[in-house]
Design a protein around this ligand. Structure first.
Ligand SMILES: O=C(O)[C@H](O)[C@@H](O)[C@H](O)[C@H](O)COP(=O)(O)O
Length: 262
């Protein structure tokens, strides 16, 4: 796990989304120049979805070889296929369906978490199926693919993916994916990558905006434990980034974001 996250603060949520999009395109282009294929883990939430829309609108997206990008999700809301509240549906609308329609992204590169109408009746069944698909693409000896970049939104309580403060999923050490019940953020049933799966990624980027995230951003960056503040466990093997707007960074002491705050 990488040590100290790098904090980058942008003027507002709009600029943040544009900057995340530019950074994502560049990261995928760099990975593809080295290895050809890239594994990208998407997030639900406002900034994450806005960033995908910004990728869709960017002429630089043509620099990516989408046929060699495998797309995953860090978590999913356990709802039927096509439900507008599914993270998959929102990402498809923002970016993925357009890329597929243009013939750039093969539909089979989109690895959605199995929906409530296809996975049987429980989030656990969906989690098991998703874990099996991840394992199919894993490197030898691992249970998930070598994620090149893993995006995470962050809730005002410090949750990332569908890992909520104090929930049993945070203690999971073996499985890569778990079913989640009683989520405080609707809907109550969800499916989530676990911390070990998240922390196996080469790069983990937390994207957050708004004053309601300011307190928890500070806690996540100042030594809190991941059971109390899951975002404190948002660390990649190589690099961890907190990509923020000024509002969410407003309670950070200047030593945590020395150059970006105005
Ligand atoms: O399915 C979800 O709801 C998430 O993936 C969740 O972890 C989200 O990313 C955060 O709650 C931030 O969401 P906002 O950016 O909308 O606050």
């Amino acid at each position: 796990m990488s040590a100290t996250p790098v904090v980058i603060v942008h003027r507002d949520a709009e600029v943040l989304a544009q900057a995340v999009a530019a950074r994502l395109i560049t990261r995928v282009v760099d990975v593809q120049a080295l290895r050809g294929a890239a594994h990208v883990v998407l997030t639900g939430g406002t900034v994450g979805t806005k960033a995908l829309a910004a990728v869709a609108a960017s002429p630089a997206r043509a620099a990516v070889d989408w046929s060699r990008v495998q797309l995953w999700w860090g978590d999913e809301r356990f709802l039927p296929t096509g439900d507008p509240e599914r993270n998959e549906t929102q990402a498809r609308e923002a970016l993925l369906d357009g890329l597929v329609a243009e013939g750039l992204l093969p539909a089979e590169n989109i690895h959605a978490v199995p929906a409530a109408d296809t996975a049987g009746f429980t989030p656990e069944e969906s989690a098991e199926q998703y874990a099996a698909t991840l394992a199919d693409f894993a490197r030898e000896g691992a249970d998930v693919p070598a994620f090149d970049v893993l995006l995470l939104g962050m809730g005002p309580d410090g949750h990332i993916a569908s890992l909520f403060p104090g929930h049993p999923a945070l203690y999971e050490e073996k499985r890569s994916v778990v079913g989640v019940h009683n989520s405080p953020k609707p809907p109550p049933l969800r499916v989530s990558l676990t911390l070990p799966a998240i922390q196996s990624a080469a790069e983990v980027w937390v994207v957050a905006a708004g004053t309601e995230k300011a307190k928890v951003t500070h806690l996540a960056l100042s030594g809190a434990g991941p059971v109390q503040i899951p975002a404190a466990g948002a660390r990649g093997r190589g690099r961890s980034l907190f990509l923020l707007d000024r509002a969410s960074a407003s309670e950070l002491p200047s030593e945590l974001a020395p150059y970006s705050l105005s």
